[in-house]
Write a new protein. Structure first.
Lengths: 182, 163
């Protein structure tokens, strides 16, 4: 086997590894550097990536934004409920230290610590898109909701149901470090 | 030399004659990278500009076309990297929520039709339906590695058949 053939086979293996894992091989800077030296192979890979993206798009049957709008209310509800439980009276004076630390077990018991921030987020995948949504309750009382969607390499689940798949839920509470004065 | 006489013309660099002749081939290469129509001219010009700036590095015994393709490939990669760093790059990926599923392009459909049936089925299950490799292996009663081999061959056939 020639060195050139071996080299091409190695590059293809790397391309396949990315595609098998649902990643875009053209985001691998090292791989691109190697492909730059073999423009014909680069063109093949670029064409393949484009074709597979087009193929994935034909499998998309529903709107991720509509799916997103279905999930948003429960995030808001969770955030509001958590905030209602967690926000307590703050210390009478002194600057608020907004460091983060693990949630103390005494929260649910109504300890006097002051919550200065709350953020809940979900990551979903839906018809070839990765959708991250978050709701943040800021110390000044404002609620900021964000939705960010990006194409993933292939639709990770077949369009068999009308429900987005929630991959993760994460809640972060930022509070004053004086957890308990008892 | 008497004052006012024209300076002798510097001999033109050999690339000055070669570059225009290479333009059609370079344009075909840039299109093969699936650069949108509106950006092909731009990328070809960028490749020529880079080539001219590097003209002293060009070795006359090497084919100018191959050298230009490498330069264009690097220009395309750099352009992608620059775009990826721009704020809002993710937002560009968001699809129109009102859009229907995209129809399969005729040329792609024809290329898929040329694949061996089993390879095509596995490729479509994985990349279109989004089935997991394990799921495909279970449903087809095949070892996982066999499914992967079919999938990899299908991708390479598709890539090589589209040039």
């Amino acid at each position: 086997m020639s060195g050139s053939k071996r080299s091409r086979d190695a590059l293809w293996q790397r391309v396949h590894a990315h595609l098998d894992a649902g990643r875009d091989p053209l985001r691998d800077a090292e791989l691109l550097d190697a492909l730059a030296a073999d423009p014909d192979l680069l063109a093949q890979v670029a064409g393949l990536v484009d074709d597979l993206g087009a193929l994935a798009a034909t499998g998309r049957t529903r709107s991720p934004r509509r799916a997103a709008s279905r999930a948003l209310p429960w995030i808001l509800a969770a955030a509001a409920a958590a905030a209602a439980v967690l926000v307590g009276p703050g210390p009478p004076d002194g600057p608020a230290d907004r460091g983060s630390s693990p949630a103390p077990s005494s929260f649910a018991a109504g300890a006097p610590e002051r919550v200065v921030g709350f953020r809940a987020s979900t990551v979903e995948r839906s018809d070839g898109q990765r959708i991250e949504r978050s709701v943040e309750l800021r110390p000044d009382g404002r609620v900021v909701a964000r939705t960010r969607a990006s194409l993933v390499w292939r639709p990770p689940s077949p369009p068999r149901t009308d429900r987005p798949e929630v991959l993760s839920f994460r809640a972060e509470v930022t509070f004053h470090p004086q957890v308990s004065e008892d | 030399m008497p004052e006012g006489a024209d300076a002798p013309a510097e001999p033109a660099h050999p690339l000055a004659h070669l570059l225009p002749a290479e333009e059609p081939g370079l344009r075909r290469f840039v299109r093969s990278l699936r650069v949108p129509d509106g950006e092909v001219d731009d990328l070809v010009q960028e490749a020529f500009a880079r080539a001219w700036r590097s003209r002293d590095a060009w070795q006359a015994e090497r084919p100018a076309g191959a050298w230009l393709r490498k330069i264009a490939a690097r220009a395309w990669i750099d352009r992608r990297a620059t775009r990826a760093r721009l704020p809002g790059a993710l937002a560009e990926d968001v699809t129109d929520p009102r859009a229907d599923p995209a129809p399969l392009r005729d040329d792609l459909e024809a290329a898929l039709a040329r694949l061996p049936p089993q390879e095509r089925e596995i490729l479509l299950r994985f990349h279109q339906r989004g089935d997991a490799l394990r799921e495909i292996a279970d449903e087809l009663g095949m070892p996982l590695n066999t499914v992967k081999s079919h999938l990899h061959r299908a991708r390479q056939r598709l890539a090589e058949g589209r040039r």
